[in-house]
Design a protein around this ligand. Structure first.
Ligand code: TRP
Length: 326
């Protein structure tokens, strides 16, 4: 049986942080061995909240370098920019007729964004971006979409649109399933539930050792553990969440030490810094290597865009044929 296909993507906002890795990238890297994978740099999606496009290309390249440094393999996972494959916008137009404005207005992820960014009057394109995302997924007939929790409502919209298209014009598209990561989202250094560059509470994949040390030193811990030997509560401490991910062998010992008061926050943070640095060290090395070999990085993109274009063409011919738009 043919391998199932994955399509997933991220908005290019420049260098990635550990939250991106834990929430999505790690999953992509594992799944590329099981699935036929396609990964998209969602540059048009950036326009929903930012019209200054002067950095989009550089941000896209920075993100691509992080993908590669973390272990996405271009042989297994073509990577490409959404804006370079014109079929995305073509399919998006057709799909936009298959969903009501009221349905899009009910989307909780878009509602949260409108609230968080304090948007007074949402644009037509912003409201409809899950439809563009649907075209991203279905153009490649993605069966599975590995994303974070916040993207699940969008994948549900994709399923509805796929069903609607297939009913109207005949079977073309699969109904894609979201594939969540095992690890919940990583909290930010300030204790916010979400790590985010704009909240300035993130550890970047490209941060050097000293930077990480400094960031962790300032990280929020259990407010009840004021002095070194006070007993602490690992379950409320974000540093402990990081230990869970980056020091899995030592978590029991760390939790015991924290609870009993034997382990102080300063030492605990040092251990955490070491764990994160150990994890990031090979990624950092690979990143430097890639930064010194930009021709290779550009080739990866050109190759990915070539492969994506072939599939996009094929799907659009099928769509046009079914719709008798030949
Ligand atoms: N909307 C996603 C985000 O904001 C990015 C994205 C665009 C995406 N197209 C996609 C994710 C297709 C999965 C599949 O992060």
């Amino acid at each position: 049986m043919a391998k199932k296909r994955i399509l997933s993507g991220m908005r290019p906002t420049g260098k990635l942080h550990l939250g991106h890795y834990v929430g999505a990238l790690e999953n992509w890297i594992q799944l590329q061995n099981e699935y036929e994978s396609f990964h998209l740099i969602a540059d048009y999606h950036v326009l929903t909240t930012k019209l200054d496009t002067s950095e989009i290309y550089n941000d896209s390249i920075d993100m691509l370098i992080d993908w590669l440094a973390a272990g996405l393999d271009p042989q297994k996972s073509p990577m490409f920019r959404q804006s370079q494959i014109k079929e995305h916008t073509e399919l998006y137009l057709i799909f936009s007729m298959l969903i009501t404005a009221a349905r899009l207005e009910r989307n909780p992820t878009v509602k949260d964004q409108v609230r968080d960014l304090n948007i007074q009057n949402i644009t037509y394109g912003h409201l409809g971006y899950p439809v563009l995302q649907t075209s991203d997924i279905l153009l490649y007939k993605g069966d599975a979409v590995p994303v974070g929790e916040d993207q699940v409502p969008h994948v549900e919209i994709s399923r509805e649109i796929a069903r609607r298209f297939n009913q109207q014009w005949g079977e073309v598209f699969p109904e894609p399933e979201p594939k969540l990561t095992k690890f919940a989202r990583l909290p930010g250094l300030d204790g916010n539930a979400k790590m985010s560059k704009s909240l300035n509470n993130a550890i970047l994949l490209s941060d050097d050792e000293e930077t990480i040390k400094g960031k962790l030193r300032k990280a929020v811990t259990d407010p009840q553990k004021l002095r070194k030997n006070d007993p602490g509560r690992p379950e409320v401490c974000l540093v402990f969440t990081y230990h869970n991910k980056f020091n899995p062998e030592d978590v029991d010992e760390i939790a015991d030490g924290c609870r009993s008061g034997a382990l102080g926050c300063v030492d605990c943070k040092m251990k955490c810094t070491d764990g994160i640095n150990k994890f990031l060290s090979p990624i950092r090395d690979k990143r430097h290597e890639l930064e010194n070999n930009m021709n290779y990085v550009k080739d990866v993109l050109a190759d990915g865009e070539g492969k994506a274009k072939l599939i996009a063409d094929k799907t659009m011919s099928e769509v046009r044929e079914k719709m008798q738009l030949g």
